[in-house]
Design a protein around this ligand. Structure first.
Ligand code: SF4
Length: 331
């Protein structure tokens, strides 16, 4: 993965991973910063510079470790070893939180974060599931840090309950021979190839994602399929019908027999629209004022009647083509 500059907190270089990154990216300019949360020169950049900001890598320490209760596949959302990502999905919700500063930030204090997680997991009265990938894409991050391999094996040995994360990438080979002990639930996020090409800029193609999911399931990981976010472009019925046909044709029997499905319809925001309009003027327009409605704080979601049509369509098609995989929720 190519970067053009490293912004770093000085203290990060006292950690093993910080030192490793220092060697790995020794050929890049290194710029010392006070705090990864606010880098004045990057925060002041223009919206149209968003793709340029994504070429930077930020290295620091994660200082806040607040777990947020969740009620989907996991019980808790855990801030983990990275936030942001090098890819540029036009709907990426991290842009809502970080605005232009949704670039990749790596936190070098992984031992501290995993110690804490294992402690919480083992103290819970009943086994809990921890979502560790809600702030970034850990499969992509793993190609730089190996953090995911470290996490899966150590949680496998020491932790109780499950970890889980979604991904849009296919670099799963390093995960296949790990001693995961079935404690990590791998969820592959999919969309029609045409949407991946036009909207999920810089992520893996659909075919590669399906193969990666098959390989991970074959390696004994519990798996899920995340059809997300569903984007209702004018020809969405054709696109999602073809997607489900392709999934039915290419997913392995193991995934079909053991995997589950989650479906999330897209939400979009005023902030994303402003950045995309400036940075990607030729890109497909995701905001549709006819099918979408405001949902507070500058966010838009599909109207109830539109959602209902999409839900009915997806449920019907999935029950015909992938009927063995339970749909956990559509949100
Ligand atoms: S891969 Fe995930 S984290 Fe990265 S830009 Fe896309 S939605 Fe955001």
């Amino acid at each position: 993965m190519e970067f053009d500059a490293v912004y770093y907190e000085l203290d990060a270089l006292n950690y093993e991973l910080g030192k490793l990154l220092q060697t790995k990216y020794a050929n890049l300019p290194w710029v010392e910063i006070e705090n990864h949360n606010f880098i004045p020169e990057l925060a002041a950049a223009d919206n149209r510079d968003f793709p340029k900001l994504k070429n930077h890598i930020i290295i620091g320490l994660r200082k806040t470790h607040k777990y947020v209760p969740n009620h989907k596949v996991s019980d808790w959302l855990v801030p983990y070893t990275s936030s942001g990502c090098k890819a540029m999905c036009l709907y990426c919700y991290l842009v809502c939180n970080y605005n232009k500063c949704a670039y990749l930030r790596l936190f070098v204090n992984r031992e501290q974060m995993l110690d804490r997680l294992i402690k919480k997991a083992n103290a819970a009265p009943i086994p809990q599931t921890f979502e560790i990938g809600s702030n970034s894409d850990l499969v992509l991050e793993n190609t730089i840090t190996d953090n995911l391999c470290y996490t899966i094996e150590r949680f496998g040995r020491e932790g109780r309950g499950h970890l889980t994360f979604p991904t849009k990438f296919d670099m799963v080979n390093p995960l296949l021979n790990l001693d995961h002990r079935g404690k990590t639930i791998f969820r592959m996020s999919v969309n029609p190839q045409d949407i991946i090409r036009r909207v999920e800029l810089g992520t893996a193609p659909l075919h590669a994602r399906i193969q990666a999911l098959n390989n991970v399931a074959n390696a004994g990981y519990p798996v899920g399929l995340l059809i997300a976010p569903v984007i209702l472009l004018p020809d969405w019925e054709r696109l999602y019908s073809e997607l489900i046909d392709q999934l039915a044709d290419e997913l392995s029997e193991t995934v079909k027999k053991t995997g589950f499905i989650e479906i999330i319809l897209m939400t979009y925001s005023f902030v994303q629209n402003a950045i995309n309009t400036a940075a990607f003027p030729q890109a497909v327009q995701l905001l549709n004022r006819e099918t979408m409605t405001g949902r507070g704080r500058g966010k838009y979601c599909y109207r109830t009647d539109t959602r209902l049509v999409a839900e009915t369509f997806l449920r019907e098609k999935l029950s015909r083509r992938l009927g063995t995989m339970p749909i956990l929720y559509i949100s």
